[in-house]
Design a protein around this ligand. Sequence first.
Ligand SMILES: *Cc1c(COP(=O)(O)O)cnc(C)c1O
Length: 254
Amino acid sequence: MNEKVSTNAPLGKGADHSITALGERLAAIRAAMARACERSGRAPESVHLLAVSKTWPADNVVQAALAEQTAFGENYLQEALAKIETVHDRLGRALEWHFIGPLQSNKTAEVARHFDWVHSVDRLKIARRLSAQRPAQLSPLSVCVQINISAEASKAGCLPQDAQALCEAVTGLPGLRLRGLMCIPRAVDDAQAARPAFRRLRELAEAIRAAGSVDTRNFDTLSMGMSKDFEVAIEEGATCIRVGSAIFGARNPK
Ligand SMILES: *Cc1c(COP(=O)(O)O)cnc(C)c1O
């Protein structure tokens, strides 16, 4: 699981990208996703895989893209901007980029210009800035409200009791499309221990939908589950799992 995928494979004519360790890991994850969907009576296409490429170089993203992965998650703005440009030049086509890291005010303009999604909107000020800074010629930026689902003092995210009001405020902002909720539960050793938190996020989204005060046409996303617990997250209703190390290997130290 932890070996670094070779990044030196030639990308020119005749190169064989079909059998790479990275491709095999992606295939294994997709198979596990399908099994989790089957166990929980869900359609396999109801869950999307976001490949979290933070700390990994553009080469690895290109390899994953050649293995038919289209959506990538990044946490660090400067690293991401360079990577997005390099990958675009090398592939000659656009991928879908999701900003999933903590978001400060001074970063919103670049995020609004270069990303398709933001999963980490946790206060109105950030949402307002993204809305004002989203270029008019781009389609609306898809956003999730990040919930501090375990109400940890040290964690980013809006508290569950404040989620309804924040969603109502975000749903009316031009240039944004409110897509749903995201959480990072408290780290646990056993994936099953994360289940109650995933369930709470699903119930919170259902309550917000039922309240009728947000535009629910696009409110279709539960962004939850990572390498160690994505199967449990799918069983609890995840529509987007964010998987890094299980695809790319243990992260490079920053
Ligand atoms: C790093 C990160 C992930 C991926 O974590 P893995 O355990 O490597 O799968 C998912 N979501 C967020 C918000 C992250 O920062």
